[in-house]
Design a protein around this ligand. Structure first.
Ligand code: PMV
Length: 359
């Protein structure tokens, strides 16, 4: 498929007003997306676990406008007006207008809330942008009369990508690939696809406990970070490595080899941060407590033979990943040894999930 295929034919129905609600989760990448080309095309493919508990719930209500003119919308988070969210949504509307050409016909009220604490340092862009894209698709579905389920999800992922790259991996569960890769059937740079191959039982209900190390605003946004991969001295090698890691992931997911899983996932996390530290200008998003936690996890693994491992997003928080069979003892370890490094002792227990839902 190419971008043009997402431009719809003239709509057959007209609607005056309405309201739709979607709940969409966050996701955590195993092989990381870092670096992009124009139009949100990733430099390398990525793969993620869809989460279950960290979600955004968005209600989009719309009423016909008198005149088409400019985009017209208001945004609320937990019932509070959020004008500072508007520029990001305006950019998103500009990027997707060609594909959902009804945007100027309506006034929109976007009411959103997250299940995770606001400003917890957990990026809400993946869950938020995917929820909004799904709401737009529900409107398009009414305007078209109907649309096949597969086409609906594909286009919603395509739109979500234009809001925030990683958001295109949040619509379905439980493992999603984004970015074209030789060995993954159907993979595309334009949208996320459900991982199409066998996954070992070891990964069933895989746990992700998110340790909230730093809840402050990130000093460097991921948009800036991605752009610093242009002309980065290690960029080309990194893109090749990600491609190979995704190939290796296929075998690891099939065999359920948790030692190889740990090596791949932790190396990916540290490579992501190494790219940040070797950018020009360079920056560090990890905090001292991020490193304390990593060292504690390594010591615990050495001592107990546990299969617990960590990954990181573009921030200081640590995602602690472990099989369901180890839930009790890893949670015990987290409470006894890691919570002390979390801001206000906060952490969120999550698990691999099945994707977005229409409410
Ligand atoms: O979706 P963005 O543009 O916020 O980029 C996020 C990139 C990482 O979270 C660091 C990695 C990933 O693949 O999710």
């Amino acid at each position: 498929m190419i971008e043009k295929d997402f431009i719809p034919k003239p709509y057959t129905n007209s609607i005056e007003n309405g309201s739709v609600t979607w709940s969409s989760p966050s996701n955590i990448a195993l092989v990381k997306y870092w670096g992009k080309k124009a139009h949100q095309i990733p430099e390398n493919p990525s793969i993620s676990f869809t989460l279950n508990n960290c979600k955004t719930i968005t209600n989009l209500s719309f009423t016909t406008k008198e005149k088409e003119g400019k985009f017209s919308f208001e945004v609320y988070l937990d019932g509070e007006k959020k004008d500072d969210f508007k520029p990001k949504i305006e950019t998103f509307f500009n990027r997707v207008e060609l594909y959902v050409p009804f945007l100027r016909n309506y006034h929109f009220k976007i009411e959103t809330s997250n299940t995770f604490p606001h400003s917890s340092g957990i990026a809400s862009s993946a869950s938020g942008m995917s929820a909004l894209a799904l709401c737009l698709m529900s409107i398009e579905k009414e305007l078209k009369g109907d649309i096949l389920e597969v086409d609906f999800i594909k286009k919603a992922s395509f739109l979500a990508r234009l809001g925030s790259g990683s958001a295109c991996r949040s619509l379905e569960g439980d493992i999603v690939v984004w970015g074209s890769h030789d060995k993954i059937n159907g993979s595309s740079n334009l949208f996320g696809v459900k991982y199409p191959y066998t996954v070992h039982q070891n990964f069933k209900n895989y746990q992700d406990t998110i340790l909230l190390v730093d809840k402050g605003e990130k000093q460097v946004s991921s948009t800036v970070g991605h752009n610093l991969m242009h002309g980065h001295p290690f960029a080309q090698e990194r893109f090749k490595q990600a491609d190979k890691n995704l190939s290796d992931c296929i075998t690891i997911l099939k065999d359920g080899d948790l030692d190889k899983f740990t090596a791949l996932v932790e190396s990916e996390a540290l490579t992501l941060h190494a790219m940040m530290m070797t950018s020009m200008p360079y920056f560090i998003l990890m905090k001292p407590n991020t490193l304390e936690i990593i060292n504690k996890i390594w010591a615990f693994r050495n001592k107990t033979n546990s299969k617990v491992c960590f990954t990181l997003d573009a921030g200081a928080n640590v995602h602690v990943l472990y099989p369901e069979s180890e839930s009790m003892r890893v949670l015990e370890f987290i409470k006894n040894e890691l919570v002390a490094y979390c801001q206000n002792g906060q952490y969120i227990c999550d698990v691999i999930g099945l994707g977005a839902n229409k409410l």
